[in-house]
Design a protein around this ligand. Structure first.
Ligand code: 13P
Ligand code: SF4
Length: 309
């Protein structure tokens, strides 16, 4: 079916199902354009917390849809492709994380939202890249902190807050792909460009950046800035909203080390227009959760939402 027809049918199915489509900035532009709400991880969990729809179709990855289900036990939550995982979540299995935590029983546990429900259930508070600094600052200064699973975000937040964080050594396959050498070359070719980077990037890339923030913060900065040219060091999907919001500005994706499209998250890109259409049509695959686990994972998410603006 042509994309226009698929998009029109998606709108019809949303009405028929009383469904809402939530999309992360990293999915393809055509999928962002059929969504009811597009945002970063924090905004999407806030949107999931306030929806009154019967069905949530989550155009994102598994941990995001799972978070929506934790917040909405009575609503149907559908992820267009169950294979949409995340290297950060997969690199932090709950049994190994529980053993790590047990070796540091005095630590306050902050987990980045990019983790499984089982890891959330072992955490004191969840954070996203939008509020990680705020969450860390909310912990009393004399309490040691264990931060998981992203070592790059953890190292960045430790630097910003002056707090020592015990880090789980996970990383994002997409944000680790950017080349320092190629970024330096790109900056030389575009001396007036502002470099925008996500804190999941490695420290040497962040050191070359002018502004560091979550996807929504990068978008806001691009909109508010007087500059007209930007080098974007994060997943390529965000360029769609940047170009839509600022048609007169230039956005240049930062190059990966290899000659590949490695700055596309392969998990996010599983959310094709066809997959979203199928999910609305069949209301599958559905996210389900053990109720005991859901309740344990809910408490640290609610703590995060209460501490967020
Ligand atoms: P944010 O949505 O917090 O910007 O994080 C980006 C990301 O990698 C989501 O998986
Ligand atoms: Fe996970 Fe990285 Fe993809 Fe985000 S971009 S979903 S952190 S693999």
């Amino acid at each position: 079916m042509p994309n226009d027809d698929l998009a029109a049918e998606i709108q019809e199915l949303k009405k028929a199902r009383n469904a809402v489509v939530l999309a992360h900035y990293y999915v393809d532009g055509e999928v962002q354009d059929v969504a009811d709400f597009v945002g970063d991880s924090l905004q999407l969990s806030q949107a999931a917390a306030r929806t009154t729809a019967d069905v949530i179709v989550f155009a994102g990855v598994h941990f995001m849809a799972e978070t929506a289900k934790i917040l909405n036990p009575s609503r149907k939550v559908v992820l267009p492709d169950l294979a949409a995982g995340c290297s950060l979540a997969e690199g932090c299995p709950a049994d190994r994380f529980a053993a790590f935590k047990a070796r540091h029983p005095d630590h306050y546990v902050i987990s980045y939202i990019n983790c499984s429900a089982a890891v959330k259930a072992l955490s004191d508070c969840i954070c996203t890249s939008s509020n990680a600094e705020r969450i860390v600052r909310s912990v009393p200064a004399d309490r040691p902190i264990l931060f998981a699973p992203d070592r790059n975000l953890g190292a960045y937040v430790a630097k910003q807050t002056g707090r020592e964080l015990l880090l789980w050594r996970g990383s994002c396959v997409v944000h680790e792909t950017f080349s320092e050498r190629k970024l330096i070359a790109l900056k030389t070719r575009h001396p007036g460009a502002v470099v925008l980077a996500h804190p999941e990037c490695e420290p040497q890339l962040l050191a070359l950046s002018d502004f560091i923030g979550s996807t929504s913060a990068l978008l806001q900065h691009a909109k508010a800035s007087a500059a007209t040219s930007f080098i974007v060091v994060t997943e390529s999907g965000i360029l769609h909203q940047m170009r839509k919001s600022c048609p007169d500005k230039e956005f240049i994706p930062a190059p990966p080390e290899a000659n590949c499209a490695c700055n596309d998250c392969p998990f996010m890109k599983l959310n094709s227009l066809e997959a979203v259409h199928r999910a609305l049509d069949t209301l599958a695959p559905e996210i389900t959760l053990d109720e005991d686990l859901r309740v344990k994972a809910l408490a640290p998410i609610e703590r995060m939402l209460a501490l967020s603006v």
